[in-house]
Design a protein around this ligand. Structure first.
Ligand SMILES: Nc1ncnc2c1ncn2[C@@H]1O[C@H](COP(=O)(O)OP(=O)(O)OP(=O)(O)O)[C@@H](O)[C@H]1O
Ligand SMILES: [Mg+2]
Length: 279
């Protein structure tokens, strides 16, 4: 890609080069697993500094794969970026190790809330952040329940508290970008709200957020912009308000229609027939 100072014109033109430069720029990324399974077929996602960007899509669409590509975790799953670029603050990530990517300022909470069940809450946090007392204090302030339970074994925490701990661990490295895979999965509505509230606060405190969610209602409430991925491709991207009001998003992702009757996006047969986004 050219990195000359040529002025940008047309619909993508922005007031200045710095304000138009996304913090994270995923361009035309294709990923295969085991050299044969095409999981991503050309994904382009831009995340501007200070934003919350949501990635929506049904099971198997490629959401987790997108996050693995960004965080360097594909290796562990016998996956590979075979095409495209991923730039964070101008740096190409595709050749970096997961640790190198964390060092650049990307914190991640991947599927399954990876925490150490036999360590205390505090130990979990300290091992994630090289013993930084200030970062620890900030996480305890962000999630007071973790403060209350700091000497308790993490394995005894509730699902919601474990998710808070997983997010807390990611915050211990003071990331500029926080990447989250399905933070609301399996949580009771009240806890979903608590986690969503915390994500909003984390952004307000200056961390940019890229959020994968199947709970489209929560994601679009929180996010500034959303990308819909289906079958390894972005089929729609727009600001959250536009997505919330889009009839297809309403019907297949928010489970409601303008008329009132409730449907579910899993009702794909009808949806495939319409295929409006794909044409
Ligand atoms: N380790 C792997 N090896 C082979 N194929 C994989 C692997 N992980 C994912 N896939 C395939 O890649 C595609 C995308 O999967 P991915 O996990 O990214 O989807 P997702 O959008 O996160 O789905 P979900 O909502 O179920 O979490 C799927 O077809 C899946 O079967
Ligand atoms: Mg997933």
């Amino acid at each position: 890609m050219a990195d000359t100072a040529e002025p940008v014109t047309g619909p993508d033109a922005a007031p200045s080069a710095t304000s138009s430069q996304p913090l994270l720029e995923v361009t035309g990324v294709e990923v295969t697993y085991q050299e044969v399974i095409n999981a991503l077929r050309g994904i382009t996602i831009r995340v501007h500094s200070g934003a919350i960007v949501a990635v929506l899509g049904p099971n198997g669409a490629g959401k987790t794969t997108t996050l693995r590509a960004i965080t360097g975790l594909l290796d562990f799953h016998r996956g590979e970026v075979v095409k495209g670029t991923i730039r964070f603050d101008g740096e190409e990530l595709t050749k970096l190790s997961p640790a190198g990517i964390v060092d650049l300022g990307i914190g991640q909470v991947m599927e399954g809330r990876r925490i150490f069940a036999t360590m205390t809450v505090e130990e979990n946090l300290r091992t994630a952040g090289f013993g930084d007392d200030d970062a620890l204090a900030e996480v305890m302030t962000r999630f007071p329940r973790l403060g209350e339970r700091r000497r308790q074994l993490a394995g005894y925490l509730s699902g919601g508290e474990q998710q808070m701990l997983a997010i807390g661990r990611a915050l211990m490295t003071r990331p500029r970008l926080l990447v989250l895979d399905e933070p609301s999965l399996g949580l009771a509505p009240m806890l979903v709200e608590a986690i969503a509230g915390a994500i909003g606060e984390i952004r307000d405190a200056g961390t940019t957020v890229l959020l994968v969610e199947q709970n489209a209602a929560v994601a679009l409430d929180l996010a500034d912009r959303g990308y819909v991925i289906e079958n390894g491709r972005v089929v729609m991207d727009a600001d959250s308000r536009t997505l919330r009001e889009d009839p297809d998003i309403m019907e297949f992702y928010l489970g409601r229609q303008k008329g009132g009757e409730r449907r579910h996006y899993a009702d794909v047969k009808h949806y495939r027939r319409r295929k409006r986004w794909l044409s």
